[in-house]
Write a protein that binds this ligand. Sequence first.
Ligand SMILES: *[C@@H]1O[C@H](CO)[C@@H](O)[C@H](O)[C@H]1NC(C)=O
Ligand SMILES: *[C@@H]1O[C@H](CO)[C@@H](O)[C@H](O)[C@H]1NC(C)=O
Length: 254
Amino acid sequence: MTPLSFLNMHFISFFSLLCLLLSRADARYGHGLVRCQFTSNDGHDAVYLEQIYINKVLLVQYNSTLGEYVGYTKKTKDIADGLNKSKAFLKQEEKNTNACKTSIPFVADVLLKSVEPNVKMRSVEAASSRHPAMLVCSAYGFYPKQIRVTWLRDRKEVTSDVTSTEEISNGNWLYQIQSYLEYTPISGEKITCMVEHASLMEPKFYDWDPMPESNINKIAIGTAGLVLGLAFFSAGLTCYMRNTKRGRMQVPTS
Ligand SMILES: *[C@@H]1O[C@H](CO)[C@@H](O)[C@H](O)[C@H]1NC(C)=O
Ligand SMILES: *[C@@H]1O[C@H](CO)[C@@H](O)[C@H](O)[C@H]1NC(C)=O
């Protein structure tokens, strides 16, 4: 049995016991939460919590920082007192707390791997009249939340006329952010969006290309298509003219 499933079984029995103790006609809906809270990935600061709610009201909880049960109503205060006296229960909670702490590095490794952002740059209509041009650098789908998006002009950091959104949660662990640069284009200069993130060994640079290769290709294909179309059209037109001339010439002879 893994530490986590063991922990769940213990909690379910604890929960059913409390629900039995507290069952009344008006208490309709109970739910329990086992929480293993942590901020550092090695789990040393983990807090293990067991919480029992009836009709969404927290009635009793075990908090590993305090190392005891706390009741929040008269009745559950009595129950908490009883549980606090039970060496077996407290010992069990200590075991659960340890299971929580030792599971964290594993959980963190599997779930909290850093995910590299996808970065796209595009130009948008300028929002103010100070500068005629505006670029957006969007970073999508990254984890963890901390990120730094910076604008460079010829590799020198730009700080003015830069705005940025907060890191927006996608609701699935991943985040996105948009950074805007308002600027007056100078011919020959290089504008770069620099992204620094835990998933990257070193900063990544994305240069702004006002006419990306794919666009040049599209233009080339379009132009070729147009030329080909014109060639067929003029060939067709020549044939048509020849035929009508011949036709006209044939009219008087027939
Ligand atoms: C657990 O106990 C600690 C110490 O009293 C407290 O800071 C923390 O907020 C408690 N956690 C919850 C969820 O009540
Ligand atoms: C837990 O139990 C101990 C001993 O019974 C008691 O001193 C303490 O006040 C209790 N704590 C709560 C919050 O009920």
